[in-house]
Design a binder for this molecule. Sequence first.
Ligand SMILES: [Zn+2]
Length: 143
Amino acid sequence: MEKSLSERVAYLRGLAEGLGIGRESGEGRVLLEISDVLQDVALGISEMESRVIEHEERLDSIDEDLAAVEEDLYEDEFDCVDVECPHCKETVCLDAELLDDDLEMCCPNCGRAIFSTERDGEDAIEEGQGGAGGGRGGSPASS
Ligand SMILES: [Zn+2]
């Protein structure tokens, strides 16, 4: 296993001491000063490492929370029912619970009232024009 930075700095300082490098000589002073700086750097890095770990854990928990929120949102979408608006012929999404109550609702696209169930009475007459753009309904297609 690889030694940590602070362990290596500690080893370096022990080595300098063992070799009798003191602050008397110019080189000795420089070397000991360098090892002091290295020790500070090693301390700073290990502090940053623990902060990174802390942030990663926090990020993980935020990620989990977000996943739970997304799950709730998708669950809500299951209550959504596609209905074709009798006025603008747009397929719109309506709340299934409100549909069950047979309430009148407005089309989110054109703003006109939609009835909860498809009535096969009056609306069925308009059925033919629905498709491509409307306009000319003159030529009867032989089917
Ligand atoms: Zn509409």
